[in-house]
Design a protein around this ligand. Structure first.
Ligand SMILES: [Zn+2]
Length: 107
């Protein structure tokens, strides 16, 4: 079972307490953007085998959204951080790089 620590209330929440919000750090495109950019924003999602960044909501806890980094193949969780982050914290990126030397970065 997937267990993620909520960065707001500190609870180690089981998957049944959480709601998935899918891919994190999406760049949003709206009016004035090209059709291709808007289509990619609306429909194209990464589905990597390995390191992935996701949005989760602590639905049956504090109710807040947060972000998580985990490995989709092994289910290893690297860490969680606040949803307002524009990019994964430096220390989290360093932790992932140490565990997955072939990881090419979060973008
Ligand atoms: Zn919480």
């Amino acid at each position: 079972m997937l267990i993620l620590e909520c960065p707001y209330c500190g609870v180690k929440a089981e998957e049944t307490e959480l709601s998935p919000g899918y891919e994190a750090h999406l760049k949003r495109f709206g009016p004035g953007s090209s059709d291709e950019d808007f289509e990619n924003y609306m429909f194209a999602r990464k589905n990597p085998k390995g390191v992935h960044f996701e949005r989760w909501r602590h639905s049956y806890g504090c109710g807040k959204w947060f972000l998580a980094a985990r490995d989709t193949a092994t289910l290893e969780v690297f860490g969680t951080y606040p949803a307002q982050s524009n990019e994964p914290p430096e220390e989290l990126q360093a932790k992932i790089k140490a565990k997955r030397p072939d990881w090419k970065g979060w973008k």
